[in-house]
Write a protein that binds this ligand. Structure first.
Ligand code: OOG
Ligand code: MG
Length: 261
């Protein structure tokens, strides 16, 4: 893929993100033949532009790892992107709806590794043996595409809709819980809107981290120790509105919440 085209497509999604404006998906007209591999080349350019602007990578995120998300988004394969420092929302804080296009939230389980994991052939058992902590999280996604309408290559080129993350501070050792049967409810203004269990994420959230390590190894990269890793939405994502109080309650991992102004 031509360098100029990579740059053009990266500018297309990244400018929409910076200007908080919806765009038509790349594959609609601009470049219908975009492949997943090319989507990652565009994503890499977006990541580089963010790094050049002084933003820092906090950690990787997996997406489309549950049946619920595959059906909701009409795409069928796990993907990865990156959460940056300017996306982090503290527990109990408020976000402003005007800082986003059409934000949604989804409950996730996070991992922090004690040592780097390098694929290929990383197994979920390798992941659990290399995990320092697991923690509860809420991801805020905000596709830059109209109505969250995209194909897999489009969403990869858009850094997998990454826009915000609330990393819960209730850290637990991985052997303190059976993550596949950790339940979660997602509530808006005290009303349960979605619920699920860790097993929704590729059978067990550790599978998602293994998959990430194995996908990254194709580029000669690894999953790094110490970074918070998001394993993907357990449930479908829920649209936010001004005035919302968002809370997620996890079995054995506690609660996290934030406000929308
Ligand atoms: C793409 C991002 C998917 C997840 O957890 O499944 C994702 C989207 O749904 O807009 O972060
Ligand atoms: Mg997510």
């Amino acid at each position: 893929m031509d360098k100029n085209l990579i740059k053009e497509l990266a500018d297309y999604t990244h400018n929409a993100e910076k200007e908080k404006r919806e765009i038509t998906k790349i594959t609609a007209e601009l470049y219908p033949e975009l492949t997943i591999e090319e989507g990652y080349l565009v994503q890499e350019e977006v990541i580089n532009q963010k790094l050049e602007a002084g933003h820092k990578i906090i950690g990787p995120k997996m997406g489309i790892t549950s049946e619920a998300k595959m059906k909701q988004m009409n795409v069928d394969n796990p993907i990865y992107g990156y959460v940056f420092d300017n996306m982090v929302v503290n527990e109990g804080d408020s976000i402003s709806i005007d800082d986003y296009i059409h934000p949604k939230v989804e409950p996730e389980i996070g991992f922090i590794l004690s040592r780097d994991l390098e694929g290929p052939n990383v197994t979920p058992l390798d992941v659990l043996r290399s995990t320092e902590y697991v923690f509860p999280a809420i991801e805020i996604i905000d596709s830059r595409y109209e109505n969250f309408n995209f194909t897999l290559p489009d969403v990869v080129a858009d850094n997998t809709s990454a826009a915000g993350a609330v990393f819960g501070t209730n850290l637990k050792r991985p052997d303190a819980l059976d993550l596949d049967v950790v339940g979660v409810t997602l509530s808006i203004n005290g009303e349960i809107r979605n619920l699920g269990a860790g097993a929704a994420v590729l059978g067990h959230p550790a599978n998602s981290v293994a998959r990430l390590a194995n996908m990254l190894s194709e580029k000669g990269e690894k999953v790094k120790a110490g970074q918070p890793i998001l394993t993907g939405g357990i449930t479908t994502a829920v649209r936010l509105s001004s005035g919302d109080y968002v809370s997620a309650k996890y079995g054995g991992l506690g609660d996290i919440s934030f406000f929308v102004k």
